[in-house]
Design a protein around this ligand. Sequence first.
Ligand code: PXP
Length: 239
Amino acid sequence: MARLAVNVDHVATVRQARGTNEPDPVVAAAIAELAGAEGIICHLREDRRHIQDRDVRILRETVKTRLNLEMAAVPEMVRIAREILPDLVTLVPEKRQEVTTEGGLDVLGNPDLYRKVVEELKEKSIEVSLFVDPDPRQIEIAHTIGGDVVEIHTGHYADARTRAEAMERFEKIAQSAILADSMKLGVSAGHGLNYVNVKRFGTIPQITEYSIGHSIVARAVTAGFEKAVREMIELVGGF
Ligand code: PXP
């Protein structure tokens, strides 16, 4: 049975929109764990647009399953990870202008950088995952430089405009998962997965963990909206 790891970044996005202290991604993480999630993920971006340093520190103290810190392969983040000691670090590409992560890492384009960062993290017994496109060359190099896990980028599959396009992209993900598994890498997948497009993945047993955030936060807002309104009506209706 595959595991779900919940990304709480967009709980923090809502909080940051008001610059207040709610909703708290730490509370959301605790609820996710109570509901059965087997991991909590947060992405500390260089521009701190959603998750803050304080969130990562508290999550490290409160997460009871596994804390996965997503981050860019830059010295500041390596220093923070080596201090905070998440269970797992997922290295992701990061561009300041992007709305969200747009693609996988180009490990092949800079193997020395990624090898060094993987070594610096593993020195502290942190497991390292590399977020890569479903491209055999990137998976092979991720393995060569010492990665423990590859997270296969599912964003292009999620963005497919036709069924044929979706199937073609899905097939690449399946082949990449088989390749990574054959190299004894851990295999996870994520980005853009939702309650509809995730259903196809039952046919890829090599993927043992799914990293999902936005669609869970979106569902929480819509599914919980009626209850929230009713509770406020109860309050003001009593005046
Ligand atoms: N995996 C990685 C590497 C990501 O960067 C993200 C987005 O932060 C996710 C998974 C989760 O994607 P989504 O929020 O679309 O579910």
